[in-house]
Design a protein around this ligand. Structure first.
Ligand SMILES: Nc1ncnc2c1ncn2[C@@H]1O[C@H](COP(=O)(O)OP(=O)(O)O)[C@@H](O)[C@H]1O
Ligand SMILES: [Mg+2]
Length: 362
């Protein structure tokens, strides 16, 4: 670089401000310049006398880099977009090589521009995964949908048949079994549709107390409560949240059903709510925290670890989708869910929902 005077300073600032990593070497192989981003990408620390030292020696810990630079003066066609992987740092670096020529066209050095592609790659990978999941979900939804009609048919026909054989107790009991199995299959199909369907939140100002009370009523129609006492203590001043009333009711319903099923007709469920500051890495944002504590059998650590996985169930007739749907609804609201449980010591589920859903949530 033959630039001098004020321009020289400008070019220095230009190189050091670049968001790409830049490394330039002289024809002799000694380092001419290397900006901060290049040091960061390769996880090297700048030494005061780096400039002027042989690059092969300087980058000894980074053989990938030495390899990329080697032969740059012999190559006639230089790669436009090449990549190198830093295995130990789990980093993917894209780079372009250029030869530096003087006014006579003589090659006097080489320069490499680097871009850390790790994040780009991760994003692409996540996108691919999302696409795959989306098409899997579509397929599952399609199958579930197709199953609904034949299942309804089985139910109707078994019902008709029942009336035709009123005097045969054996046939009656078989038909009753067919009916209840068909109903079970149908409820699994309905849950499956709910699980795979992408959530589109109908966001409105939603009262958490209303969602909880709705859930208490709805849970009664879906599970046997027996003599379980439900104690709802929600202060009147919990703020309304920006959420989907229907989805939130569904969330608490699923939690209640699980509690009822775990307690088998006897026990107590306590539901409380409070206003908290949710940790968001900054000052925290206002959120409503709902805790549901039952005094059922609790769970072993093995079970607790998997309860949110789709299709994980410990019940003979469970779908394993209740908590997977719960997690999905909580995520859609940009909230958090955790659980505390000990075998024999009941289960506490804690749901924290921000009062306002940030625009870029999801
Ligand atoms: N309140 C609870 N007490 C004890 N175990 C629970 C509770 N809630 C959930 N579980 C466990 O988590 C599993 C998964 O729950 P869920 O996703 O709703 O599916 P399912 O209810 O169909 O089994 C249950 O099978 C059960 O083992
Ligand atoms: Mg369940």
């Amino acid at each position: 670089m033959d630039v001098q005077g004020p321009d020289d300073r400008f070019f220095r600032h230009l190189v050091s401000s670049m968001r790409n990593g830049v490394i330039a070497i002289h024809r002799s192989g000694t380092l001419a310049l290397m900006n901060d981003e290049a040091y960061r990408i390769f996880s090297l620390t700048r030494g005061v006398d780096d400039v002027g030292r042989p690059s092969a020696e300087l980058f000894r810990q980074r053989p990938e880099l030495v390899r990329a630079l080697s032969g740059v003066f012999e190559m006639t066609t230089l790669p436009n977009r090449a990549e190198l992987r830093l295995k130990d740092l789990d980093r993917v670096i894209g780079y372009t090589l250029s030869q530096v020529r003087d006014e006579d066209g003589t090659v006097i050095g080489a320069v490499v521009f680097f871009k850390d592609l790790t994040q780009v790659e991760q994003l692409e990978e996540r996108e691919r995964l999302r696409d795959r999941l989306a098409s899997l979900g579509e397929m599952a939804a399609g199958i579930a949908h197709e199953l609904k009609n034949p299942l309804a048919g089985i139910e109707v026909m078994a019902g008709l048949l029942r009336r035709q054989v009123p005097d045969s107790p054996d046939a009656q009991s078989l038909l009753a079994d067919i009916l209840s199995e068909a109903k079970l299959a149908n409820s699994i199909v309905v849950e499956m549709l709910e699980f795979v369907r992408p959530i589109r939140l109908q966001v409105e100002h939603t009262g958490i107390p209303e969602a909880i009370h709705g859930a208490v009523q709805l849970a009664d129609t879906k599970a046997a409560r027996g003599s379980i006492a439900v104690d709802v203590r929600v202060p009147v001043d919990v703020p309304q949240i920006q959420g989907d009333q229907h989805q939130l009711t569904q969330l608490f319903t699923n939690l209640l059903i699980n509690a009822y099923e775990a307690m088998e007709g006897r026990g107590r469920v306590a539901i409380t709510a409070s206003t908290v500051l949710q940790d968001d890495g900054g000052e925290g944002r206002e959120a409503v925290r709902v805790e549901m504590q039952d005094n059922g059998p609790g769970m072993s650590p093995d079970v607790a670890e998997h309860v949110f996985d789709p299709f994980f169930t410990t019940k003979a007739q469970g779908s394993g989708l209740g908590l997977a749907i719960v997690r999905k609804i909580v995520d859609a609201h940009d909230g958090q869910i955790d659980l505390r449980t000990v075998p024999g010591g009941g289960t506490l589920i804690r749901v924290t929902l921000p009062v306002s859903v940030s625009r870029d949530a999801l």
